[in-house]
Unconditional design. Structure first.
Lengths: 360, 280
């Protein structure tokens, strides 16, 4: 019982959309495709649904080969980033449309429609047409239409992308309820946001340039990113990557600042490495020891956090501070880096050690 | 601001009068008795002259005249609406294909195929008339409704294809994709999702096809000899004999009436069916 993809590749006019992508997805679980815009998340979904023809590779569902099955026979439901509904049909007709094709009628049909309209909170809008709804409501309709089908594959392509912040938070929480319980579909969810991936994902697949860089449990990928690129993709605000040397028992930064080598790095041979540190593990210095100083380049206040982009001699360092603070560009600031929270990568970018992984 | 409004209104009024004048002239003349035409400029019915239906009676052969436009009306209706309907069906299907699928045949791509359709209208009819004549003769279709319908499709289908390709391009592809994901085959998608959204486009394309077909003079002239006389031919034939102005005017108005009625009937479909809310 699984959706299995083997070595899927798609290239159109010399542009690679997917490159040797393989996976096994179990029903009833949510798989999150995580990656930047253009990483191949949408191509992945289009390939699975049959909208994007494969150049090579094979797809099967429960052992049945569906590599060449036409789109309309694959039983895939999709929720797009843009809120797509049939503009000339009412909310109720929109939800009914795929169900009618699936052979539902009479009370069975109306019960199913009613229950999903209720689930997404659209019961009172059932007789409106999409243009009379707000964006969030339109996306709820699209969601109800896709969920009500009970299709064997359910795909959501950044469904919260075009919604405002508050609505996004709210729907994201509702997703958990909607997907858990009776959901027997293989659910694939694409997002650029790690919060969403961590919250929803049974497993996450980090994508970049049409390839799957790493897959696994969200915590595992987050704590042990396979390489620098994965670490950069799954960290928001961005992880700071700084080059430094290990000499004796010290980490020497380009600015000359030294930090003690933490226990998880003690097997690290002397030499130059790239160190990664999360924004949350950098804080304004309280004393002068082991601090890196620089100039604030850019200040970003989001929700209840302040994110600072600091230019230092060691490189750009990003820090995230709880609460809203009054920093401004050009201001001098010293920060303390917590060596015990650092990641280390070799010169090809592969992960050598992280707070949860001792260097071997 | 006000000045601009006044100027715009003045221009629109002037232009409306300019455009409507010949039609008004024909309408008024069709109601005139012979004296009113022959003696002096008269324009306003009941004031300048007493209107009469003599002209109108004469085009229906009332009062022993040899002229009767009714058969020509039916010929025109059969040929125009037959040709337009077939063109609309074939053209819409072709346009959907050209809008949604990429065709490759040697160096030929979709844009080339669309141009091929339009090129049918770029060519002057006279270039095609001889080949068409030979074709219809060999098929035994000269001077038949079917022959004229077939030839008219060659002229009308390009209009439909050209308008509908553009229209379909304006309907988000995601709608087709979604319907297919929901289990509908491409043909079902076209019929159940795309066509219902296409009423305004189909109306415009249909109106153009009917107008062009209705007014076609050249092909009927070359390809018929008296069995299938269409309205434009019949009216020109009136001119060949000594026909009074009032009869000619009545014939002219009579010839455009079906078109006007058709346009009014179709008008309500033009504004209906908006695509908003399909994709945000």
């Amino acid at each position: 019982m699984a959706l299995v993809g083997h070595d899927l590749s798609v290239a159109v006019d010399d542009v690679t959309y997917l490159s040797n992508v393989s996976f096994t997805f179990e029903p009833g679980r949510i798989y999150v495709l995580m990656g930047r815009t253009g990483a191949g998340k949408t191509s992945f979904m289009r390939a699975v649904s049959g909208l994007l023809p494969l150049d090579s590779g094979s797809l099967s569902f429960n052992g049945e080969d569906i590599t060449h099955a036409p789109v309309w026979k694959r039983d895939c439901a999709m929720v797009y980033q843009q809120f797509i509904n049939y503009p000339n049909k009412t909310v109720r007709q929109n939800v009914e449309f795929p169900l009618r094709k699936a052979g539902l009628s009479g009370t069975e049909l109306s019960n199913r429609v009613d229950s999903y309209l209720a689930k997404v909170g659209m019961t009172e809008f059932a007789s409106r047409i999409p243009s009379q709804l707000s964006g969030g409501q339109q996306q709820r309709v699209a969601l109800a239409r896709s969920l009500a089908r009970h299709s064997r594959i359910l795909m959501l392509d950044e469904p919260l992308m075009n919604l405002d912040f508050k609505l996004r938070e709210q729907l994201r929480e509702e997703f958990l309820e909607l997907f858990q319980g009776e959901n027997e579909s293989v659910t694939i969810y694409a997002t650029t946001e790690i919060t969403e991936a961590m919250m929803l994902g049974y497993e996450i697949l980090v994508m970049h340039e049409g390839q799957i860089l790493q897959s696994g449990k969200p915590e595992h990928v987050f704590e042990r990113p396979k390489n620098k690129l994965v670490a950069q993709i799954v960290n928001d605000p961005p992880i700071s990557i700084i080059s430094a040397q290990i000499t004796g028992s010290k980490i020497v930064l380009a600015s000359g600042v030294t930090l003690p080598v933490p226990t998880h790095f003690r097997s690290l041979a002397e030499g130059t490495y790239e160190f990664g540190i999360r924004a949350i593990d950098v804080e304004p210095a309280t004393d002068s020891a082991s601090t890196e100083s620089g100039e604030v380049g850019f200040v970003e206040v989001s929700g209840s956090e302040t994110v600072l982009y600091l230019h230092t001699k060691a490189g750009e360092i990003v820090l995230q501070i709880e609460g809203i603070h009054d920093y401004h560009a050009g201001q001098k600031l010293s920060v303390a880096l917590r060596p015990e929270r650092m990641f280390v990568f070799d010169d090809s970018g592969q992960l050598l050690g992280s707070p949860k992984l001792e260097v071997s | 601001m006000l000045m601009k409004r006044v100027l715009t209104l003045a221009f629109v009024t002037f232009w409306s009068i300019f455009v409507m004048m010949p039609i008004l002239w024909a309408l008024v003349t069709s109601l005139k008795p012979p004296e009113a035409v022959d003696f002096g400029a008269t324009f306003i019915p009941f004031v300048d002259f007493t209107p009469t239906l003599l002209g109108w009676e004469s085009i229906f052969g009332v009062g022993g005249g040899s002229v009767n436009l009714v058969p020509a009306l039916f010929n025109s209706i059969i040929v125009t609406f037959g040709g337009a309907a077939i063109s609309l069906v074939l053209g819409t299907v072709s346009a959907y294909g050209l809008s949604r699928f990429a065709y490759k045949l040697g160096f030929i791509r979709n844009a080339d195929i669309v141009f091929f359709f339009i090129s049918q209208r770029i060519m002057p009819p006279i270039v095609l008339s001889f080949p068409f004549f030979l074709m219809l003769r060999n098929l035994g279709l000269l001077d038949t409704h079917l022959g004229l319908i077939l030839v008219s499709i060659g002229g009308l289908m390009p209009i439909v294809v050209w308008l509908m390709v553009d229209f379909f391009n304006g309907i988000p592809r995601e709608l087709d994709e979604m319907a297919m994901l929901e289990g509908y085959s491409p043909f079902e998608t076209f019929v159940k999702v795309i066509l219902p959204l296409s009423a305004p486009g189909l109306t415009v394309a249909g109106m153009f096809a009917v107008i062009f077909g209705w007014n076609d003079f050249f092909y009927p002239l070359v390809l018929t000899f008296g069995q299938v006389v269409t309205l434009p031919l019949a009216i020109v034939a009136l001119n060949a004999t000594i026909t009074p102005y009032w009869t000619l005017s009545a014939a002219a108005i009579f010839a455009i009436l079906p078109l006007v009625a058709f346009a009014f009937a179709m008008e309500r479909f033009l504004s209906r069916g908006s695509l908003s809310g399909a994709v945000r």
